[in-house]
Design a protein around this ligand. Structure first.
Ligand code: NAP
Length: 309
């Protein structure tokens, strides 16, 4: 099969295992393509289905998973926290992130897991050759993605994590939480003089705000020397240095202004699609117990993202 062209319709059988994704909205999700390409490549009798679930229907949806024997689902906005009281137990990653992005149905017991942070750390290792052990990290943003990432970086041995956020109180709360996982953690406001010094003293810069994200219908980002490099406020390109790994978790456009600025400064880039890919890889492996065909999943995802950008 040509993975980049996407999977052909699966031949469903009486034994087909069903997984999927719940969210509202869910139609835009690239996860069905990624997972169904993987099932097809390995010849697994599994199928991945998008389920549009509104808030009020969440409890019935969880009962539905149990009643129908659905093997698991990914969970996306707006259900990542709301689903937690409806589950039977959690993994440490889900408890630490305070959110669930993957549910595994173990004989009717729904186990909440979170593969976002673990997937992010794996993407650093496999796509940017960067292991966060002992690293000095700056995280921009203190929302749900930042929390999953910062906690997992601490669990992976990061030495120091600075959280910078528009709402500094939210950064403080996240820093206190991250500290519980063994890293030195502190919070800063979006102050240029402070951030310039933190960037100079960092090995890894993780951008987790929507800054640089293309709005639906935007023209593709301009390329070349004339392209405007509108970095997240108040960052400036000359702060970036060639020893820095830059991870922008925004992946539309594929090359955000921050990524383009970082490439010009010879930084190593951990691509935004990497987190999406590896949270899926980790979920696939938990559901199936089989090593995920990462090459196939990466090709399907990147092909779809190029079509979108
Ligand atoms: P969230 O929980 O709503 O958090 C948003 C964060 O961005 C907050 O820290 C917020 O600051 C900050 N922010 C928002 N607008 C801002 C602005 N104009 N100026 C400065 N800061 C601003 O969202 P999330 O779930 O963490 O997602 C954040 C981004 O990551 C989204 O673009 C999402 O698409 C992307 N994402 C990517 C992946 C992936 O797989 N690559 C996975 C998850 C999310 P305040 O606290 O001050 O509001």
């Amino acid at each position: 099969m040509n993975a980049a062209a996407g999977p052909s319709a699966p031949a469903l059988t009486g034994g087909t295992s069903v997984v999927g994704i719940i969210g509202d909205p869910v139609a835009h999700s690239l996860s069905p393509l990624m997972h169904n390409s993987a099932f097809a490549a390995l010849g697994l009798d599994w199928v991945y289905v998008p389920f549009h679930v509104e808030n009020a229907d969440l409890p019935r949806a969880m009962d539905g998973l149990r009643g129908l024997g659905v093997r698991g689902v990914n969970v996306t906005i707006p259900h990542k926290s709301a689903v937690m009281p409806l589950l039977d137990r959690f993994t440490e990653s889900a408890a630490a992130a305070g959110a669930v992005n993957t549910i595994i149905n173990k004989d009717g017991q729904l186990v909440g897991d979170n593969t976002d942070g673990v997937g992010f750390v794996r993407s650093l290792r496999d796509e940017a050759d960067f292991v966060p052990d002992n690293a000095r990290v700056l995280v921009l943003g203190a929302g749900g993605a930042a929390k999953a990432i910062a906690v997992e970086l601490a669990r992976a041995g990061a030495r120091r994590i600075v959280i910078a956020n528009r709402t500094v109180e939210r950064a403080r709360q996240l820093a206190a939480h991250v500290h519980d996982y063994g890293a030195e953690a502190s919070a800063v406001a979006l102050d240029a003089a402070v951030l310039r010094d933190v960037v100079a003293d960092s090995d890894l810069f993780v951008q987790t705000t929507p800054a640089g994200m293309a709005a639906a219908g935007d023209a593709p980002a301009p390329a070349g020397d004339d392209a405007a490099l509108c970095l997240p406020e108040p960052f400036e390109q000359h702060w970036l240095h060639d020893g820095l790994v830059v991870a922008d978790i925004v992946y539309t456009p594929l090359k955000t202004p921050l990524v383009r600025a970082a490439l010009e400064k010879n930084c190593t880039i951990a691509p935004g699609w990497g987190m999406l890919l590896y949270q899926g890889v980790e979920a696939f492996e938990r559901w199936t117990g089989t090593e995920a065909p990462v090459t196939v999943m990466r090709a399907a995802l990147k092909h779809a993202l190029r079509d979108e950008s």
